[in-house]
Design a protein around this ligand. Structure first.
Ligand SMILES: [Zn+2]
Length: 171
């Protein structure tokens, strides 16, 4: 017997020209997120400004049938410069979905006063006092990589560069 579906989860993305692309309609939140995340991996191929996951109650009239579960905004990535840096506005966290980048910012799990940021390619990890500072740190890293002509695939020289970067920022 098939269970009656009471609500559906709808992920969607919005393009720069204002058009919205619906990514489907799912019976679980988990699958809706999986579909959205998979789609966001391709976001460097298009100009997107935001994305969201919305839950709709079935057979209910009016706007109360709809609840926004999460909204994310797309920005240029501080490290790789591609338009693939997705920022979750509610529970502040950010992740670059660009291939071979994955720069990220997140609240520290132990101390919410601390904002962590990182770049897995060279295991870069830094604790910051604010979101702004975390973004600045990632930009600094990106600037140095660009100045040295290092691509994210070239992680050996990136690692060397990072050591210099860390030594410099000690003072
Ligand atoms: Zn990136």
């Amino acid at each position: 017997m098939v269970e009656d579906i009471q609500r559906v989860f709808v992920p969607s993305v919005t393009e720069e020209d204002g058009g919205t692309i619906g990514l489907g309609c799912f019976s679980t939140e988990k699958v809706a997120w999986e579909v959205l995340r998979t789609f966001l991996k391709r976001s460097e191929e298009m100009l997107l400004t935001s994305s969201s996951v919305v839950v709709w109650d079935i057979d209910r009239v009016g706007e109360e049938a709809m609840n926004v579960l999460a909204t994310m905004e797309c920005k240029d990535c501080p490290v790789c410069s591609r338009r693939t840096f997705w920022i979750d506005l509610e529970n502040f966290s950010a992740l670059c979905h660009g291939s071979a980048c994955s720069a990220w910012i997140e609240e520290n799990t132990v101390d919410p006063e601390i904002i962590d940021c990182g770049w897995p390619t060279i295991r870069f990890l830094k604790q910051n006092k604010s979101i702004e500072e975390a973004v600045r740190e990632l930009y600094k890293l990106g600037d140095r990589l660009r100045a040295a002509g290092v691509s994210e695939q070239n992680s050996v020289s990136a690692e060397k560069l990072m050591q210099e970067h860390l030594e410099q920022s000690k003072d």
